[in-house]
Design a protein around this ligand. Structure first.
Ligand SMILES: Cc1ncc(C[n+]2csc(CCOP(=O)(O)OP(=O)(O)O)c2C)c(N)n1
Length: 547
């Protein structure tokens, strides 16, 4: 009689080893019984990096973070039932951000559905339109030869920037009577490949433009040559707005708040706007795009994402921009036009520094200012809510790879994603609000599985302060804002740090913050910055108005 457990193991091994051969290096496994054939197979591939994460929600965000940092698909393996459902939020984020994930959910045989069998749910197309669905079927010796082919399809499809859900049903017994020897694989490392973009339209537009403006929005997986395009533009006197997530390391890191100035706005009238990458993060910039919607606007991205939330883009172009071709394009940008922008940007930065230096009280703004000066890390994760916005307004982060989950803008899974991001960095920093920290605090249990020196800065400003920007904050009954939106918490970040044996510092002034930053450390540490949220709000307003 056939060894069913051995067949399931071989089936899983052929699938995983083919993914690994193509270049998957990382796999995150969550414990469970039904996934046994997959787990044994993964365990037997010595060269595959495995992390074991008990919480599937966190596991999926960690995988997302690793995939963003390495620009390679990451494999997730879990058991059947709600385990698989816990992957959902990270899959939504991966799909919107176009990050490759290969999500393998073990399943019971289909005949066990809807009859009360243990831990059995309908896993078919569980993630709806948020992931492509592949049914691996039950192991069958006649079909073994098709498994590497499916693995190839899954791998290459994921490289188009998609989460792929592979549902794999196994019947008992789930393990062979004895295990073959471990194997080592030497991966080929296949990379993303994008077709090149036709630059004829861009060339035509640039030939007649005297006041072109380039805007670089987020670049999720930094494969495109945004930096080279930026350098080319600057050499040709084309002003550039580079958002913090654009991955342009020469980023002048300025804020777009100067675009609020009504007088300056009359001067800032481009005759061509060219956008690169995803939808811009800055709401001031979005407003600028809307106000200049009559100006011809071209958009370039590597994946086919029609990012145009301002409804101002005339044409989208998808693929890789060849620098040889770009170099051939003649440009006619006015020198004065270029100087107007570069000077305004620099003046704005100086004014901002003055405003911050005048303020003695420790605020969220000072966290960003001090971290910009400390500057020993090369990778930075910014939580959603104020951190991503404040980083543009108050920070000056040069030469860093900057990450943020801007697909769905969730405040969930932030610590997990940051842990994942840290894999390609020796010195890493994360900036997170107190609510987002609490949301994902349990993921700190995984910190020992990551090697980088990682400073996790928690801005404890008394809850979700971003809601102070909502119209609801103007209502006379202030308790509504506090009870239903800001939701300040009374938890002790110190106790949480202790529970996970993580070094902890609590600081209330710039001096204390700098002292803590400069302490020797290795691995993960947490610095809680207790900040004054009211003065931080005033500073944000002042920045916007001052220009
Ligand atoms: C998963 C998820 N739930 C809820 C929200 C709505 N939300 C946006 S910001 C925010 C509060 C965040 O607070 P905190 O992390 O302390 O940052 P701060 O606002 O103080 O910068 C919430 C709940 C969201 N974006 N994502």
């Amino acid at each position: 009689m056939e060894d069913i457990g051995l067949l399931a193991y071989q089936w899983s091994l052929d699938f995983l080893s083919q993914l690994h051969k193509n270049g998957v290096t990382d796999c995150i496994i969550s414990p469970g019984s039904r996934s046994t054939p997959l787990v044994l197979a993964a365990a037997s591939i010595d060269s595959l990096q495995k992390r074991i994460v008990i919480d599937e929600r966190s596991a999926a965000f960690q995988a997302l973070g690793i995939a963003k940092a390495t620009a390679r698909p990451v494999v997730l393996i879990c058991t059947s039932g709600t385990a698989a459902a816990n992957y959902f939020p990270a899959i939504v984020e991966a799909n919107l951000s176009r990050v490759p994930l290969i999500v393998i959910t073990a399943d019971r045989p289909s005949k066990l559905r809807n009859i009360g069998a243990q831990q059995t749910i309908d896993q078919v197309k569980l993630y709806g339109n948020h992931a492509q669905y592949v049914e691996l079927g039950e192991p069958n010796s006649d079909d073994l030869k098709r498994i590497p082919k499916i693995a190839n399809q899954v791998f290459f499809e994921s490289l188009k920037g998609f989460p792929i859900h592979v549902n794999a049903a196994f019947r008992k017994p789930l393990q062979p009577e004895s295990l073959p020897n471990p194997i080592t694989i030497y991966p080929d490392y296949v990379h993303f490949h994008f077709p090149k973009v036709d630059l004829t339209d861009l060339a035509n537009e640039l030939t007649v433009a005297n006041k072109p403006l380039f805007i670089f929005g987020p670049s999720v997986i930094p494969l495109l040559n945004f930096s080279s395009i930026y350098d080319w533009a600057i050499r040709n006197s084309i002003p550039c707005i580079t958002e913090i997530l654009s991955q342009i390391t020469a980023n002048q890191s300025f804020t777009t708040t100067f675009l609020n100035d009504p007088d300056l706005k009359n001067y800032f009238k481009p005759d061509l706007i060219v956008r690169f990458g995803r939808q811009t993060v800055s709401s001031v910039l979005d407003q600028f795009l809307v106000e200049n919607s009559e100006i011809n606007q071209l958009h370039f991205d590597y994946f086919d994402v029609w990012h145009d939330a301002t409804f101002t883009t005339a044409q989208h172009f998808f693929g890789q921009i060849e620098m040889d071709e770009l170099n051939e394009i003649p440009t006619f940008s006015d020198e004065n036009w270029f100087e107007l922008w570069t000077n305004s940007i620099q003046e704005n930065r100086l004014q901002q520094e003055d405003i911050l230096n005048e303020e003695q009280v420790f605020t969220d703004a000072h966290v960003f200012q001090n971290l910009s000066l400390w500057n020993i890390f090369d990778g930075l994760h910014l939580s959603n809510s104020y951190p991503i916005r404040d980083s543009e307004t108050f920070g000056n982060f040069k030469d860093k790879k900057v990450y943020c989950n801007r697909g769905a803008n969730g405040i969930d899974g932030v610590i997990s994603t940051a842990l994942g991001n840290s894999v390609t960095h020796t010195e890493f920093c994360t900036i997170i609000g107190d609510i987002a920290f609490l949301h994902d605090a349990s993921s700190l249990v995984n910190h020992n599985q990551y090697n980088s020196n990682h400073t996790l800065v928690v801005i404890n400003n008394g809850g979700g302060q971003i809601f102070g920007m909502l119209p609801i904050s103007k209502m006379s009954d202030k308790s509504l804002l506090k009870t239903y939106y800001t939701t300040p918490q009374s938890f002790q970040i110190e106790s949480i740090s202790k529970a996970f044996s993580i070094p902890f510092y609590r600081v209330e002034t710039c001096e204390e913050f700098n002292l803590a930053l400069n302490k020797d450390f290795s691995g993960l540490r947490i610095i809680e910055c207790v900040t004054n949220s009211e003065i931080a709000h005033n500073l944000r307003k002042k920045m916007a108005k001052n220009n």
